[in-house]
Design a protein around this ligand. Structure first.
Ligand code: HEM
Length: 241
């Protein structure tokens, strides 16, 4: 403690006048790095408080005369050459816990349990609980810049859910078409095995001009002749897939 850390901070490190960093750094950058810290680390606190007092040689320069905080909790590891360590209360892996939560209870709190989505307010910002604490993965020491980033990534998550839902409908369209095709030109013609039925079913599927024509020329005819080769634009009758 000699020299005292606050003497070093005040005499050596303190910025005496404002230095503009130009366009390199802004408030979004500080919001971002706090957002990341809240994904990675927070130490476990002990119940014992410690107090740092500014030594009198810098007392006039330091606005904070006394600073109280809880000690970092030591955890016994049981290993002979390293018998104590410290615990991280956040999941240290880069797992998005800042929006998803650090444990089962935290993860349940943020989920909407609908279409895989996360909870978000109608105004596009985080929801609050009855004490006006924002509902998100990790809300310790939060402020507007930080909460906005959480809301942004909750909305990103929900947008991914919407995209996957569209993908689900597209996959459904393709798969149900394959089923319909198998039933029309494989199953039915095998069951009612006549040349007339084979021709009829293939017209049903490929149009009057047949598969070869359709493969070569596609949907060249307008809606009037659609029975010849099928429709240029599919008519899905308003079903969502
Ligand atoms: C308005 C903005 C912020 C507020 C109110 C805030 C507040 C706090 C508080 C109260 C603590 C806990 C101190 C303790 O445990 O005794 C803390 C821890 C911490 N903050 Fe911030 N902070 C802010 C922004 C930032 C930024 C921008 C950074 C990164 C450059 C940051 C990095 C950290 C780190 C590394 C810790 C220690 C985590 C640990 O305990 O392991 N904070 N912050």
């Amino acid at each position: 403690m000699d020299p005292h850390p606050s003497v070093v901070a005040t005499k050596l490190l303190a910025r005496k006048k404002f230095i503009d960093t130009g366009e390199q750094f802004n408030m979004i950058a500080t919001s971002w790095i706090q957002f990341m810290i809240h994904d990675w680390i927070d130490h476990l606190e002990d119940t014992q408080q410690v107090e740092l007092r500014a030594p009198h040689e810098i007392a006039s320069a330091c606005p904070l005369k006394s600073f109280k905080f809880f000690k970092t909790k030591r955890i016994s590891t049981g290993e002979p050459d390293m018998n104590f360590g410290f615990l991280n209360t956040r999941t240290p892996w880069w797992d998005g816990s800042v929006i998803y939560g650090n444990n089962e209870e935290g993860m349940r709190r943020v989920r909407a349990f609908k279409e895989g989505k996360l909870r978000i307010g109608g105004d596009g910002l985080l929801e609050h609980d009855e004490k006006w604490i924002p509902v998100s993965g990790d809300v310790r020491n939060c402020w507007a810049g930080f909460s906005l980033l959480q809301a942004l990534f909750v909305r990103e998550h929900n947008a991914v859910c919407d995209l996957l839902k569209k993908l689900y409908r597209y996959a459904r369209l393709v798969t149900s078409a394959v089923i319909a095709k198998i039933h029309t030109i494989d199953w039915t013609v095998e069951l009612l095995k006549t040349d007339t039925l084979l021709a009829g079913m293939r017209v049903n599927w490929y149009g009057l001009l047949g598969k070869r024509f359709k493969d070569l020329f596609g949907h060249i005819c307008g809606p009037v002749l659609s029975g010849l080769v099928g429709l240029r634009k599919p008519n899905d009758h308003g079903v969502p897939y």
